[in-house]
Design a protein around this ligand. Structure first.
Ligand code: PEP
Length: 252
């Protein structure tokens, strides 16, 4: 049975003061009681990992895990400005997002490099959240499944059965930060296609891998999305900045 997993992605937002308020509100809300058998995490900008890790640790009930938004594809060395997976592990991270569409777009990250990043995360006993998804043009020309299958097959080529320890986040680019949410059925159909592709590789991997949906998830659409059989949770951008909205999505 795959647990429902809800992961916030603050992107490049936050401040020392607002982070402290956010963690306090979310921890207090979670202490009131959360649905059993679920996992929750928040991926914060790298400079705030230490602060947020400490704040989360100080919560009396540790419901929430810490995550990072990116990682180097290399273990150590002359890579100025990069952050190694071992460093994220030392700071208490459990999850690392790799291949977010904003990194594919602004930093020209390719699937092979993303898979190398996922390997670094796995080698350091954390869970990579591998993002895939099509653009508006690709969907409008009916190529969405082909595009996502290509992204997944390049992950399979490198990760092989280690994919079983990853999460996949299906994030249609046209739905990220736009308020245009994919319908629950449209999302379920893509998640099903991903699950079937994984099963073509290995049935066991397909049944283990959690497939999250990301793209304008809000408290009012989360219930319908999370009720779908192949949607195992969400990667939440904009709505995760508001602690009350994040809590409501975690409870959906
Ligand atoms: C994201 O950044 O991963 C995301 C899904 O953003 P939003 O929820 O704002 O669409």
């Amino acid at each position: 049975m795959r647990p429902l997993t809800v992961i916030g992605n603050w992107k490049m937002n936050g401040s020392l003061a607002s982070n402290a308020d956010w963690v306090r509100i979310v921890c207090r809300g979670m202490e009131q009681g959360m649905p059993a058998g679920r996992k929750y995490a928040v991926c914060v900008p790298a400079p705030y990992l230490s602060q947020c890790g400490q704040l989360i640790q100080d919560c009396s009930l540790a419901f929430l895990s810490l995550g990072a938004q990116d990682v180097s594809a290399y273990a150590a060395g002359a890579y100025t400005g990069e952050v190694a997976a071992s460093m994220l592990k030392e700071l208490g991270c459990h999850y690392v997002i790799v291949g977010h569409s904003e990194r594919r777009q602004h930093h020209h990250e390719a699937d092979e490099q993303i898979a190398e990043k996922a390997l670094q995360v796995l080698d350091n006993d954390m869970t990579p959240v591998i993002c895939v998804g099509e653009s508006a043009d690709e969907r409008n020309s009916g190529r969405e499944v082909e595009i996502v299958r290509g992204q997944i097959s390049r992950q399979i080529a490198v990760l092989q059965d280690r994919l079983a320890d990853c999460l996949i986040a299906y994030e249609p680019i046209w739905a990220i930060g736009t308020g245009k949410v994919a319908s629950a059925q449209m999302t379920q159909d893509m998640h099903r296609a991903i699950r079937l592709q994984l099963a073509e590789f290995d049935e066991d991997v397909a049944s283990h891998v959690g497939i999250l949906y990301g793209g304008s998830v809000k408290p009012d659409n989360a219930v319908e999305l999370f009720a779908m059989p192949d949607i195992d949770g969400g990667l939440i951008g904009g709505a995760s900045l508001n602690p009350q909205d994040f809590l409501a999505i975690c409870q959906a």
